[in-house]
Ligand binder design. Structure first.
Ligand code: PBG
Length: 328
């Protein structure tokens, strides 16, 4: 094209992409270390650090090492963890879940003592605590709702009693948020918050997590309580109910494949929205990176930024440490 043939256009969006300084200036959404929540797996014993085979770079820690890990997280600027526990024993009534000397309860106490300002959230669901690997109590192959909620309330109180800042019910039983809120309030824990896994899908992306916790369902799948991947209206209903029942923060889970749900949630409701960048998403990036097929660090940072752009206020991710290092 000669000089004379130049396009006569007033709008040239590329002007705003010409240099790094300009691109940074006009960037609409950013990821910060404040947005990151680190999921932490605790197991019985002492001096245990066991890599999860399907999640390279993620570990099960005994409480002593979990405490060390939390100090490291804090030094990296990560201010919040979500605790998952492997109990000493699994029982059909899931009673280890509300044992005051149970794995999660002891972990909360030890971590609070060592890193008092770290915000501790705890997973509330029964899957690691019964031999069935389902999130609720099981009778004749059915996942019981109301009986499960009763146990979740006891579990929540015992976590609060040990010092949890938030309980995070991830079980998808009906009515559990209201019941847990009332139980916490009655027990004097009105300051303990609830992060509800409100729109949690029956997803195949959770496979590596179930390896980590030895909690794969022993029969059937979770589709009588977790949501169908084809639905979005149903997610709005779940989220609305949980907010009405007293959820302080709502979560959409998994992450990348469900960002339309995050967007819709943020458009419609005025509460903080969490996204869980789940184990299968992490494992896929790790595996492709090991093969040299993708640039792990760039794919990780892009994925997390896209979650912010879609409307996520916080992201639960096994990549929290790597991202925090990168953000420094
Ligand atoms: C269980 C629970 C699961 C996850 C968080 N809490 C698994 C499941 O529902 O089967 C998944 C997290 C991940 O895959 O990273 N209540």
């Amino acid at each position: 094209m000669s000089q004379l043939d130049l396009l006569n256009i007033p709008h040239r969006p590329r002007r705003l992409r010409r240099t790094a300084a300009i691109r940074n200036l006009v960037q609409e959404r950013t990821l910060t270390v404040n947005d990151l929540v680190y999921p932490l797996f605790v197991c019985p014993g002492s001096n245990v650090v066991e890599e999860v085979s399907s999640m390279p770079g993620s570990f099960r820690y005994s409480i002593d090492n979990a405490v060390k890990e939390c100090k490291e997280l804090w030094d990296l600027g990560i201010q919040c963890i979500d605790l998952f526990g492997i109990p000493e024993k699994k029982t059909e009534d899931g009673s280890e879940s509300y044992n005051d000397k149970g794995i999660i309860q002891e972990a909360i106490r030890a971590i609070k003592k060592a890193v008092p300002d770290l915000c501790i959230m705890t997973d509330v669901a029964l899957d690691p605590f019964t031999p069935f690997g389902h999130d609720g109590l099981v009778k004749d192959g059915i996942i019981l709702n109301d009986e499960t909620v009763e146990v979740l309330c006891k579990m929540s109180i015992s976590h609060a009693n040990a010092g949890a800042d938030f309980v995070s019910p991830s079980d998808m039983m009906d009515g559990r948020i209201g019941a847990i809120r009332e139980s916490l309030d009655d027990a004097g824990f009105s300051d303990v918050g609830i992060l509800s896994y409100a729109a949690k899908y029956a997803s195949s992306f959770y496979g590596p997590f179930r390896d980590a916790l030895h909690s794969a369902p022993q029969f059937g799948d979770k589709s009588t309580y977790q949501m169908n991947a084809g639905n979005t209206d149903e997610a709005m209903k779940e989220i609305e109910l949980d907010i009405m029942e007293g959820a302080d923060i709502v979560m959409v889970k998994p992450g990348l494949a469900y960002l339309d749900i995050v967007y819709r949630t943020k458009e419609r409701f005025d509460v903080p929205v969490a996204i869980y960048h789940v184990s299968g998403e992490y494992a896929m990036v790790k595996a492709a990176a090991e093969k040299g097929w993708i640039d792990e660090e760039r794919v990780m940072m892009e994925s997390l930024l896209c979650m912010k752009r879609a409307g996520g206020d916080m992201i639960f991710t096994y990549y929290a440490k790597e991202a925090a290092k990168r953000l420094r």
